[in-house]
Design a protein around this ligand. Sequence first.
Ligand code: ATP
Length: 320
Amino acid sequence: MNAPAGRFAARTVRVKAPGKVNVSLAVGPLRPDGYHSVASVYLAVSLYEEVAATSTATPGITLSLSPESTLDLDAVDIPLDSNNLAYKAAAIMADVSVHATGVHLEITKRVPVAGGMGGGSADAAATLLACDALWNSGLSREELAHLAAELGADVPFSLLGGTAVGLGLGDKLSPALAKAQTHWVLVLAEYGLSTPEVYRTLDSLRDAEGVTADEPTGVDPHILAALRGGDAGSLSRVLVNDLQRASISLAPALRDTLGIGESHGAIAGIVSGSGPTVALLADDPVAAEALAEDLRHQGLAALHVHGPVPGARIISDTHH
Ligand code: ATP
């Protein structure tokens, strides 16, 4: 329906974008530019952020968190200004769009904050896609991926989804043809870990041991083969995360969480990215559901998810 002449016609584009688990994460030495090269296998899992982008008559970008969020919003520290990754994504899109309007972004948070699952990155990916649609920017997926990489190393993967190998800072992605599902139980922590601090801790641990890490060049082909077949047993033997010991040194309780998971039927467990979310691998959906239920009885915040799932996509587009 067209708005009457002179009245601003608002439109809302709603996008969902997945969080990720790093099934494998090799981290190179500290580079002179302060970053680390990585070689990672990303898996997009069925825990989604949502961003509803609504055009506004007033110019500028505003932000709010939806009451539909499943996270305890009082317990987390999320900037609602230009430091928010979603805000930055909208600002970048406004720069490249001829018909940009003002925009209000309402974010539904489900991915743990500072949890190692790329929640802020998912918000940025969702916002790129939502503003692209809202402002008819007409950018290709490649152009969006390019803007995504400017926002952060994990943003391109949330746009792409599925399973992918990430090299460089994690942003040089090659999609892997792995469609078979694996089932995981995520154990969410009540606290966050700062990604830069986890990397710094890994550097210190290596320095103290006199170890110089190799530059990662690729990923173990067994991981991709196990993911292609959805073979949880083989996958359980090849999960690896170089950051895990740094996360555990900052948050020793993670070792207990991994132990509890394995003693309750997980076939393997890994800290996701820089943590503190723990991803426990289960044999199948039934085992995952039972494990999640058991861990909830132990007082843990446990969620059954599966992956791979698609990357950011539009779920509704409403004119009002
Ligand atoms: P990654 O795995 O990519 O390192 P993460 O999942 O560990 O990220 P995020 O939840 O993305 O961590 O957020 C890390 C920090 O970034 C938060 O502590 C918060 O201050 C800030 N931040 C900026 N934008 C957002 C956002 N949209 N949602 C959550 N945190 C955000």
